[in-house]
Design a protein around this ligand. Structure first.
Ligand code: MN
Ligand code: MG
Length: 641
């Protein structure tokens, strides 16, 4: 049996086709040939090329394609036949991405660092994630243009209904069977994105693209693709949910797995790990084996945290290849024991050198001082009404949007929610000391690439907006003498909009008007003493509220596109940078916008925060520390009266 290195195979495909056909014929006279094929998946890399946390300006061994790349090389070395796919959300997600999106930085001929890093890995194919559009369609096209691998998407269309990208791909590869025979195979690839991109990036995409339902797109293309290929791989930048299908579902991978003809589904978007316990206990999902309706699937975490690996056994039966065995796994780049992180992979030198220049430029950019803080600024009190970082966001939004709104007699308010409230780590809070403020601090203050928007609302809608925010609090029993947990762990902090320009109190002894998935108690309310300039607000009174594009376009608050009175082109983060540059020195002495409504008798509520919060929170005589929670946080008690 002659030995053919892979490169030779790729270069002389005509000669090989003949050889392979001969070998196939020879092999089929004996037992059926069996191919072991290893499929590898990255997803939701979000520009985490390096193992670096740009907000903390320090290395972070829980992230980085540079680590996953080493796992990819190792996984390839162990297998005779491999294919590598990326599942989208590649060009947005950290300050490196923001730096590249600054005008001029992605100059002609200069490839996006993530694409340059991916090019060193020779991906076979990729699809588009929802975040690819956050900097606009033109930037997306420019950033992805230098990839040495093809993209496909079956449910993103041009506005006129024609394909924007190839909906499907057919990869032609030669694989070596276990008996040494070589076989040409055709691998079909089809890609999907949450159709919600048209809401989430409405300002960038309206009139240019359109989307269709993921399952509908699969049904449109798979019947034609399937007969042409030996194996069909779905790249589904969509999560896994067994909730009843309603159409235009964001997380449709489970329903995709019911479409006949798909052999393998790579999932993503939810930033979770599959197979894994997050998805246990659902009919049709095997969270241990890694199957959706029996179809092998993976989801490899986020920011390069894990590599998805699906090993297939392909057996030739009656001239056709069939999947006769599989195993699914994810491989992490680090091990965690409490707060201790142990890297399980070295950095990949080729990835490091591909991104070195832009990584260094990003470090210089984020460290540039842009102004001065005259007092510390943190988010430790964001959920108890005493914090100042949201006041800065609201002040900057108001400063920026007021001239854009033009002359108006309506009061201009501003809404902002705390993003960094200890999610996944006790370090995940805003904690800026007095002194110089740099771009990395602003990236920390406002971690999403949202843009500024404004809505016209009446007093009734304003009250409901705040009622929705207040669902973050548990209902507190004023008769209960024991400490009670303050926060509902199922409500993320980013729903908790604090609206400046008005004052109000939140009565947490009442049930929330809104809770969870639309269930609500219409006859109750938690927001009391809602006032503008000290005067109670009437249901008919009108206001303009400055907010972000997600609140404005995704509904949930006002449900009326006509209420959107401003869709500004600028990112909130850039607006904060411009505000600081204009003010030079920031003194945030704004009085609190809201407080808890008086309860009457003393009641103790508990909440967790960072150990670093103690030096600020314990200045409040009503707050005491209850000590460690055992997982890195500190438990605090607040006495309300
Ligand atoms: Mn993502
Ligand atoms: Mg996504």
């Amino acid at each position: 049996m002659p030995h053919f290195p892979r490169r030779t195979l790729l270069q002389s495909s005509a000669a090989l086709a003949t050889l392979a056909a001969a070998q196939t014929a020879q092999a089929s006279t004996a037992s059926a040939p069996v191919i072991a094929l290893r499929l590898l998946e990255t997803s939701d890399l979000h520009t985490f090329d390096e193992n670096y946390d740009y907000f903390r300006d320090a290395p972070d061994n829980t992230v980085g394609l540079t680590k996953a790349a080493t796992l990819i090389h190792a996984a390839r070395a162990q297998a005779q036949n491999t294919l590598l796919f990326d599942n989208g959300d590649t060009i947005q997600g950290n300050p490196l991405a923001d730096y590249m999106a600054q005008p001029g930085n992605l100059a002609p001929g200069h490839l996006h660092p993530t694409i340059r890093a991916m090019n060193t890995l020779n991906y076979d194919a990729a699809t588009i994630g929802n975040h690819e559009f956050n900097y606009g369609l033109d930037f997306c096209v420019k950033a992805l243009a230098g990839a040495n691998f093809p993209f496909c998407s079956a449910n993103i269309l041009n506005a006129d209904g024609t394909p924007w990208l190839p909906p499907t791909l057919i990869l032609e590869r030669h694989f070596t069977a276990q008996d040494g025979s070589i076989h040409p195979l055709k691998i079909g690839v089809i890609g999907f994105v949450p159709p919600q991109i048209m809401e989430w990036d409405k300002a960038h995409l309206t009139g240019r693209l359109t989307t269709i339902d993921i399952v509908d797109a699969a049904q449109r293309h798979i019947p034609a693709l399937r007969p042409q290929v030996d194996l069909l791989v779905a790249l589904s930048h969509s999560g896994i949910s067994t909730a009843p299908r309603r159409g235009f579902d964001e997380n449709a991978s489970y329903y995709l797995a019911q479409i006949p003809g798909i052999d393998v589904i790579f999932t993503g978007h939810s930033h979770r790990v599959f197979p894994g316990p997050d998805y246990a206990g659902h009919d049709g999902i095997d969270a241990t084996l890694g199957t959706l309706n029996g179809i092998p699937a993976t989801m490899p975490g986020f920011w390069g945290s894990d590599l998805g690996i699906i090993d297939l056994t392909l057996t030739q039966q009656n001239g056709k290849w069939a999947v006769t065995g599989f195993s699914c796994a994810t491989q992490p780049i680090c091990a965690r024991a409490g707060r201790t992180i142990t890297p399980l992979a070295a950095n990949d030198p080729a990835v490091d050198s591909a991104v070195a220049r832009d990584h260094q430029k990003t470090l210089a950019w984020i460290r540039e001082p842009i102004g001065h803080l005259s007092q510390p600024l943190n988010s430790y009190g964001a959920l108890i009404g005493t914090e100042s970082s949201l006041a800065l966001v609201n002040a900057a939004q108001t400063w920026y949007a007021t001239p854009l709104l033009g002359p108006t007699s309506l009061p201009i308010l501003s809404a902002a929610a705390p993003f960094k409230e200890g999610y996944q780590s006790p370090d995940n809070y805003i904690d800026l000391t007095a002194g110089t403020i740099a771009i990395k601090d602003v990236a920390d203050l406002y971690m999403y690439p949202n843009t500024v928007a404004a809505l016209r609302v009446n007093g009734h809608q304003l009250q409901n907006w705040l009622e929705k925010s207040a669902e973050i609090f548990n209902r507190i029993d004023p008769e209960n003498p024991s400490p009670q947990p303050l926060l509902n762990p199922y409500v993320p902090s980013y729903v908790f909009d604090v609206i400046s320009g008005i004052t109000y109190q939140i009565d947490i002894t009442r049930p929330p008007r809104f809770s969870g998935h639309g269930k609500f108690h219409p006859y109750t309310h938690r927001i009391t003493n809602l006032r503008h300039q000290g005067v109670p607000i009437t249901p008919e009174q009108e206001f303009i509220v400055i907010t972000n594009n997600y609140r404005a376009d995704s509904g949930g608050i006002v449900h009326n596109p006509a209420a959107v009175v401003l869709r500004a082109p600028d990112q909130t983060r850039d607006v904060i940078i411009r505000y600081i540059l204009a003010k030079k020195t920031l003194t945030i002495a704004t009085p609190p916008v809201w407080s808890f409504a008086p309860i009457g008798a003393p009641v103790t509520v508990t909440f967790r925060s960072s150990p670093a919060a103690a030096r600020y929170l314990l200045q409040n005589p009503n707050i005491t520390s209850l000590g460690d929670t055992g997982d890195g946080y500190t438990q605090f008690a607040l006495t309300l009266t």
